[in-house]
Design a protein around this ligand. Structure first.
Ligand code: IFM
Length: 447
């Protein structure tokens, strides 16, 4: 059973999240090209040769989509702003249509009594900056700070909270080391530089937001607790390396002013000269930390050069992504983050949810999606959040991924994370059973 609001401390906030490229329609509204457009246009990169050109057409349907957020009784709407929509050339002249869109979106969010939680960068790097080396080029971090200042100037009087970067691990490591995200590189030197410059972008963006008078500024990091796949020493060492790169690189930089030694073992030789001088900006105080949590990993050693790890198949129940369902690891993760890195800093679960096959049934009053598996997933994770709070973690809110089925990056449109089903032919939205279950839970009492 899903816990009720009354099971959480007074003032605890609930929200749902989306991101620009995944829902807006990147070809609409005068947006410039971004590196996800060209990654998707390259054969073999995205399932079904899909792209974000139309996505959910949120650009024109945002009012109805916000009605769904408010209709469920959420407190927060977490969304991101497309850098390429606002600055089609990455820098220079803004696209007035793009700025106007985010202006209207924030106003429409507020008009429904929702708190707008804005993430500046959720991966759509303008192609003009990608052409100059993208995140491997230090200058990109400075251009990001300019973008942050522009957005704060325009929206700073109304946005409730700001996140600089979403999941820099994905943009840095998956995009430059594993090649499964834009820009699709497999190069350790580019990886080290991209990871550091993403951290620097956070630091410079944070300073730019503060200088523009914005408040409630944080960063959103993703975490995957890593367990050795067998009892051997080599598996233990491989899991520790995975943990250092995935879970502790950005957290260490931001919260402790230090990248972990186990990550520096591999990445250190390729970091840009003088990187240490950037650590002060990277570790400047933030107001909250966002924790994205989906799963855990079972790690085995692998032959070959650093990092020498391999993921083993998940045991037990899995989501449609093949991700192990592990709510029981969430309380320990949150306790570890606050206990060892962030102390009293407010934490938010900024993403949690599952992809499910979601069969559409013909109900008496129209299509129905009985996603009982998603309801069970959410119930388990909300119970885990309660356990963390009871254990003293300063967890202040819980945001579900995602409002809508959307463009799931390299998986195209085949993996459905939404509380609301989207028919990608007609673009019709249909709230799933999980949406209705949450609506009942959220409306039982108000914060
Ligand atoms: O869809 C993504 C999102 O863009 C970032 N966090 C994880 C989600 C599910 O894979």
């Amino acid at each position: 059973m899903i816990p009720t609001r009354a099971d959480f401390p007074p003032g605890f906030l609930f929200g749902t999240a989306t991101s620009a490229y995944q829902i807006e329609g990147a070809a609409l509204g005068g947006a410039g090209p971004c590196h996800w457009d060209s990654f998707a246009a390259t054969p073999g990169n995205v399932a079904g040769a899909a792209d974000g050109a139309r996505a959910c057409d949120h650009l024109t349907r945002y009012e109805a989509d916000l009605d769904l957020v408010a209709g469920a009784g959420f407190d927060i709407y977490r969304f991101s702003t497309s850098w390429a929509r606002v600055l089609p050339g990455g820098a220079g002249a803004p696209n007035p249509e793009g700025l106007d869109f985010y202006d209207r979106l924030v106003d429409a969010t507020l008009a429904r009594g929702l708190r707008p939680a804005l993430t500046l960068y959720h991966w759509e790097l303008p192609s003009a900056l990608a052409d100059l080396g993208g995140w491997a080029n230090r200058d990109t971090a400075h251009r990001f700070a300019d973008f942050a200042a522009l957005m704060a100037k325009r929206l700073g009087d109304r946005v409730w909270s700001w996140a600089t970067v979403n999941e820099p691990f994905c943009a840095g490591w998956l995009g430059h080391f594993e090649g499964v995200h834009a820009p699709g590189l497999r190069d350790i030197r580019a990886t080290a530089r991209a990871m550091h410059h993403l951290a620097l972008a956070h630091g410079l963006g944070l300073a730019a937001l503060r200088a523009a008078g914005a408040s409630e500024i944080g960063i959103v990091l993703n975490f995957e607790p890593a367990f050795p796949a067998d009892p051997g020493e080599e598996a233990r060492a491989a899991a520790l390396r995975y943990d250092a790169v995935f879970n502790r690189f950005f957290l260490g930089g931001v919260a402790r002013g230090a990248y972990p030694d186990l990550a520096l073992e591999g990445l250190g030789p390729y970091l840009p000269p003088g990187w240490q001088a950037d650590i002060a900006a990277i570790s400047a105080p933030i107001d909250w930390l966002g924790v994205n949590y989906y799963t855990v990993k079972r790690i085995a050693p692998a032959p070959g050069p650093w990092p020498g790890w391999a993921e083993r198949p998940a045991p037990g129940r899995k989501t449609d992504m093949g991700w192990e369902i592990a709510p029981m690891a969430l309380p320990d993760l949150l306790r570890w983050i606050s206990g060892s890195h962030t102390g009293d800093l407010p934490l938010y679960v900024t993403e949690n949810g599952m992809a499910a096959p979601d069969t559409v049934l013909a109900g008496a009053n129209g299509p129905e999606i009985r996603d009982e598996d998603r309801i069970a997933f959410l119930a388990g994770h909300l119970a885990a959040a309660r356990e963390a709070i009871a254990g003293g973690v300063p967890l202040k809110g819980y945001i579900l991924w995602s409002l809508l089925d959307n463009f799931e990056w390299a998986f195209g449109y085949g993996k459905r994370f939404g509380l609301v089903h989207v028919d990608f032919e007609s673009l019709q939205r249909t709230p799933k059973a999980s949406y209705h279950a949450l609506r009942r839970m959220l409306q039982e009492s108000t914060p």
